[in-house]
Write a protein that binds this ligand. Structure first.
Ligand code: ATP
Ligand code: MG
Length: 332
C-alpha cells in the first residue's frame, strides 16, 4: 500500500487534483490517499494556511500531490512551509514542447533543476531604517547535493550535458561556491558534458538556442525566473508540471496557481497536474506507469480532439482526464 498525501487546496487546485487522482486510480496500483488541508479556504476555516496535521500527514506519506492554493495576505505560503518541512531541496521543472500545441519552439525537451532551500529565497531579509538587506546564503553542501541530483537526472534521462547557471563574475563568493561545487561533483560523472553560463547569457540563449539545453542546474532565484521563462517557450501554464524532491519526500504540483478567474467552471486544464502525477510515479520507481501516463497525455494533445479552452477546445477538466485514462488503456 503506497500512502499518498493529497492536498487539493483552492480554486482550480481542487479540479486538477481530482483529475490527477482519477488517473492514478485508473492504474493498477495500491494507493491509499490521505486528504489534508492547506491554503485560503483552510485559513478561513481554521485560522492557519497549513495546520500541523497537514505537515504530519505529508511527512508520513511516501509522496504528496499538491493542487494549488490562493495566497493569504500576511501569511507565509504553505507550499514554502511544506518544502522546508519535508526538506525537498530540489525543484524539477521539465520543459517540453508537445505536438499539436502551439508554442514558440516545437522541439524542446530539457529539465531545469532549481535549488529550493537557500540563496535569495531563504527568507533572510532585514530592514534597518532606510536600508533593506537580503542575505544570499550559498553552502557547499546544498550546492553539491543539487549538482549531484542534476547529474543523476541527466543519466536517467539519457542526456549529454549539464549546464550550471550562475553569475560568478559579479557574485564572486556565493556563486564561486556554487560553480566550484558543480565542477567538484562533475568529476564523478565523466560521461556527462559540463557547461557553465552566466545567468544573463542563459536568458538570451533560452530565446536564441534553447534546443542546446539538456539539464540546467541553478540557484533558487535564477531557477525561479528561468523556469517561468522556459515554460513560456512551450505550451504555457496548463501544461507545466513540477516536482519537489528530497532524500525522504517528493511533492508534486502543477506550476500554475489557483486561477480564481476560471475556478469553479471545471474548464481548467488538468494536463500539468497529470504530468506531475507522471513525475510522482517515476519518483515512486513506477517508471513504466510514469511513461504510460506521459505518453497518454502526449497522445491526447496531439489528437487535439478533447482539449480545454486554454488550448482552443471546449472540453471540461474531467473530460480530458477521462480521455487520458482511455489512452492509457490503449497503451496496455
Ligand atoms: P494564483 O494567485 O493562485 O497564482 P493566478 O491568478 O496568478 O492565481 P495562475 O494559476 O497563476 O493564476 O494562472 C494565471 C492564468 O493562467 C490564470 O488566470 C488562468 O486563466 C491561466 N491558467 C493557469 N492554469 C491554468 C490551467 N490549468 N488551465 C487553464 N488555464 C490556466
Ligand atoms: Mg500566479
Amino acid at each position: 500500500m503506497i500512502k499518498i498525501a493529497r492536498i487539493d487546496g483552492d480554486g482550480i487546485g481542487k479540479e486538477v487534483t481530482e483529475a490527477g487522482v482519477a488517473v492514478l486510480e485508473s492504474l493498477d496500483l495500491n494507493i491509499d490517499f490521505v486528504e489534508a488541508e492547506a491554503g485560503r479556504e483552510c485559513f478561513d476555516k481554521n485560522g492557519t494556511t497549513i495546520p500541523e496535521e497537514t505537515i504530519r500527514i505529508a511527512r508520513n506519506a511516501k509522496a504528496t500531490l499538491f493542487g494549488a492554493i490562493t495566497s493569504t495576505p500576511g501569511e507565509k505560503s504553505p507550499i514554502i512551509t511544506l518544502r522546508q518541512e519535508l526538506d525537498t531541496y530540489a525543484n524539477l521543472r521539465p520543459i517540453k514542447s508537445f505536438k499539436g500545441v502551439d508554442c514558440l519552439f516545437d522541439d524542446l525537451d530539457f529539465l531545469i533543476v532549481r535549488e529550493n532551500t537557500e540563496g535569495l529565497y531563504s527568507g533572510k531579509e532585514r530592514l534597518e531604517e532606510d536600508k533593506a538587506i537580503a542575505h544570499r546564503v550559498i553552502t557547499r553542501k546544498a550546492s553539491e547535493r543539487i549538482s549531484r541530483l542534476a547529474f543523476q537526472e541527466a543519466i536517467k534521462l539519457n542526456k549529454e550535458s549539464v549546464t550550471c547557471v550562475h553569475k560568478s563574475n559579479v557574485l564572486k563568493k556565493t556563486d564561486g561556491v556554487f560553480k566550484d561545487s558543480f565542477y567538484n561533483v562533475a568529476k564523478d560523472y565523466p560521461q556527462i558534458k559540463t557547461i557553465d553560463y552566466y545567468v544573463d547569457a542563459t536568458a538570451m540563449y533560452l530565446l536564441t538556442k534553447p534546443q542546446e539545453f539538456d539539464v540546467i542546474v541553478t540557484s533558487n532565484l535564477f531557477g525561479d525566473i528561468l523556469s517561468d521563462a522556459s515554460a513560456g517557450l512551450v505550451g504555457g501554464l496548463g501544461l507545466a508540471p513540477s516536482g519537489n524532491i528530497g532524500d525522504k519526500h517528493g511533492l508534486f504540483e502543477p506550476v500554475h496557481g489557483s486561477a480564481p478567474d476560471i475556478a469553479g467552471n471545471n474548464i481548467s486544464n488538468p494536463i500539468a497536474m497529470i504530468l506531475s502525477v507522471s513525475m510522482m510515479l517515476e519518483y515512486l520507481n513506477e517508471d513504466y506507469l510514469a511513461s504510460k501516463v506521459k505518453t497518454a497525455c502526449e497522445n491526447v494533445l496531439e489528437k487535439g480532439k478533447v482539449l480545454t479552452p486554454d488550448l482552443g477546445g471546449n472540453a471540461k477538466t474531467m473530460d480530458v482526464a477521462n480521455e487520458v485514462i482511455k489512452e492509457i488503456e490503449k497503451l496496455d
